[in-house]
Design a protein around this ligand. Sequence first.
Ligand code: UDP
Length: 310
Amino acid sequence: MRKKTVLITGGAGFIGSHMCEKLLAKDYRVICLDNFITGTLINVKPLLEDKNFQLVECNVASYIDIAGKIDYVLHCASLASPNDYLDYPIQTLKVGSLGTHNALGLAKQKKAVFLLFSTSEVYGDPLVHPQVESYWGHVNPIGVRGCYDESKRFAEAITMAYHRMHKLDTKIVRIFNTYGPRMRRNDGRVVPNLICQALNSKPLTIYGKGQQTRSFCYIDDLVDGLIRLMLAKENLPVNLGNPNEFTISQLSRLVLRLTNSKSKIAYKRLPLDDPKQRQPDISKARKCLGWEPVISLEEGLKRTISWFKK
Ligand code: UDP
């Protein structure tokens, strides 16, 4: 039987490279697109020996031209760390808008299933807690995070338009904070920051008073959910994340304990528009995908710490 082909944009990034690896292991052909703005070749280097893996360097916000049959288009490409989208707001807007349009056009041409990697940021600084898919969000369109939040909200809107107008089989995942091996040391997000600071005996930077919350999902759990959604019938957005909610202070204490670090805490200014709380309601994923995370924060952090040590 012919192997199914999956094209993944942003395939050399943190989440993308784990998806490539898992899909190859599940016997798919994988075409990975990346412009290496935040993705790196190192993430996919071991996969280059696999004859079912193809790497194409390109910017999906400009144009996508790929020959041959494609069964699934996964649009994962994006800057995803607040640090990165503050540095590259225009690229962030372009990959979420023009990049999504191009990826949808490709899926339409190839009659492929399309999966948009959206984000919990579409809920902004939420007034509903935990966040359920039916919540429309509380986003500042002109704030510093607006470039990310609004590009993803646009991406969801154009995805639904292609679904309704062109009858494309589209899916939308809203990904909540995810962590694990292959995050960049200088990524800027809280988990790699705190782990690297603890391992290097530097002060752990906590923004604000550390009372803001996040719910952290280990990458392997997320990838399992993403593949289930890719194959599912659901066309409306589905939250994927771990519903266990922690304050950033609690996270910092856990990191200190698991790294045996004596680092102190350095309190820094809270970034503008930083959401105060975030926790996914995953009832829908449980029901339509039979999915829920199984890796605890402690276990996931241990695995991530040992990867950063190497
Ligand atoms: N944060 C922190 N110290 C850091 C990096 C981030 O206290 O070194 C906080 C940040 O202000 C936010 C939370 O940790 O409240 C998660 O930030 P991250 O950048 O990981 O992702 P976000 O969920 O905000 O997109």
